[in-house]
Design a protein around this ligand. Sequence first.
Ligand SMILES: Nc1ncnc2c1ncn2[C@@H]1O[C@H](COP(=O)(O)OP(=O)(O)OP(=O)(O)O)[C@@H](O)[C@H]1O
Ligand SMILES: [Mg+2]
Length: 324
Amino acid sequence: MAKIPVIKAINLSKTFKLSKDNEVIALHAVNFEIYSGELICFFGPSGCGKSTLLSMLAGLQPPTSGEVVVRGKNLANYKKKEISAYRREKIGMVFQQFNLILSMTVLENIALPMAFGGMKRKRRMQRALHLLEVVGLGEKKKSVPADLSGGQQQKVAIARSLINNPWIIMADEPTGNLDSKSADDVMKLLISLSRKSKRTVILITHNPEYLQYADRIFRMKDGRVDKIEVNAKTTKVELVDSVAKLDKLKDVDDKSSDDSKDEEPIFSSEIGKIEDEKKEVLSEREDESNEIPAEEDKEAENVEPREALSEKEDESKEKEEIKQ
Ligand SMILES: Nc1ncnc2c1ncn2[C@@H]1O[C@H](COP(=O)(O)OP(=O)(O)OP(=O)(O)O)[C@@H](O)[C@H]1O
Ligand SMILES: [Mg+2]
């Protein structure tokens, strides 16, 4: 049976209309396929369309024309709720800015994407601690972001991106704000997530040094994927052993599932702060203007088992995303 790509772009185009007769064509009919477990680097000069492309792959904005097909299903056919679930559960996003909330501990930051999702507090915090260990920073559980180096903060942001055990990690210039040693550490972590934990990693980088670690390099120019290069032999790197713990996330859930009494929302005292600092919080925002036509969902192939959420819980998640 033919292998199904995790993500496929078909004639993907994006035009921004700036005014009546002024528009920017950010992407021109881009085509590619990305397979499970690959580490892909998008590389190209500033303004060539890398971030625009990534945000469309993540379902953050719709294409002007063309399709993003995720495990055989066109994102344009997802219901709004399904798009939210896709972004929340299947994708972990990392940016150049760490977007951590400074008044929260690193554990609280990691657990934040689940704060309003109906998962019990103990379980959320155990998950967060487990993920902090996955990125090798277990001893920093009581720290606040200001106590950490830039590289450590980015690792916390990566841990947060893994909170729902996503298939795909999308990283837009994750090392752009880091000194070279920290940048190398963060890269090692991302490479390990691909090679050791078999996650699909889609990375935008300006650093040509990192291209040697990619399975394939998508070179972009003027809104086009100009060339796709295969690295027949990727450069070896010392992998981060702790990422193997990501596969044990379910065990953490099982251990804490008897925590039935603890129903209170996490960080109730922090919700005001979240409101105040919401501008700093990650990008996964609803673009209300881009409603996607409804069609019944059939669960995509190879979907990892997820805990069933009640309609009500789902709705409350959606409301929170909209609020952000
Ligand atoms: N929301 C927007 N409105 C108007 N134009 C936009 C918007 N987003 C991107 N563009 C334009 O689309 C083109 C591609 O931008 P994009 O941010 O994707 O480039 P990039 O390759 O990520 O660049 P960089 O390496 O500097 O981050 C640019 O000309 C940019 O100005
Ligand atoms: Mg960019």
